[in-house]
Design a protein around this ligand. Structure first.
Ligand SMILES: [Ca+2]
Length: 150
């Protein structure tokens, strides 16, 4: 039964790759809880900067898809995503910050998707989802709320 042997060898191969993938350290945010380290207003635009532990797949980062930003004024803040380096994601609002935040400032809520039934998430260059919930395994959303004061 030659085909049986072929199947079991293939199965062990897949298992081996899965074990290796699990053993590798997952992609995580270096920081991201503190307003001062993440949130800035530059040229009257809302700017969020996130650093990661490993290079990111640039195509996995989409405004409104895998990075979701909202305020009390705007439910979904449209942003332009750029990469200052391969481990850093920069989100810059399309609208002026003065149209996104009330007088005196307010909360800015961010979700970085690490788990989704649509299979869309921020991923490393091998496609592994970000460990947004910091439990040590790939997958899980990162959720934060920052308070911006004018
Ligand atoms: Ca996780």
């Amino acid at each position: 039964m030659h085909w049986r042997r072929t199947i079991s060898v293939a199965a062990f191969g897949v298992l081996g790759i899965a074990v290796l993938a699990c053993a590798a350290k997952p992609l995580q945010l270096v920081a991201g809880r503190e307003t001062a380290e993440v949130l800035k207003i530059e040229n009257n635009k809302l700017v969020l900067t996130y650093k990661f532990t490993q290079p990111i797949n640039p195509r996995s980062v989409t405004s409104g898809g895998t990075i979701i930003v909202s305020t009390d004024v705007v439910e979904l803040v449209d942003g332009k995503i750029t990469f200052p380096d391969e481990r850093t994601v920069r989100f810059e609002s399309v609208q002026p910050a003065s149209e996104l935040l009330p007088e005196g400032g307010g909360p800015v809520r961010v979700r970085i998707v690490g788990r989704s039934r649509f299979l869309e998430w921020v991923a490393d260059t091998d496609g592994n989802p970000v460990d947004g919930d910091f439990d040590g395994t790939s997958g899980g959303d990162f959720v934060a709320e920052y308070l911006y004061k004018r």
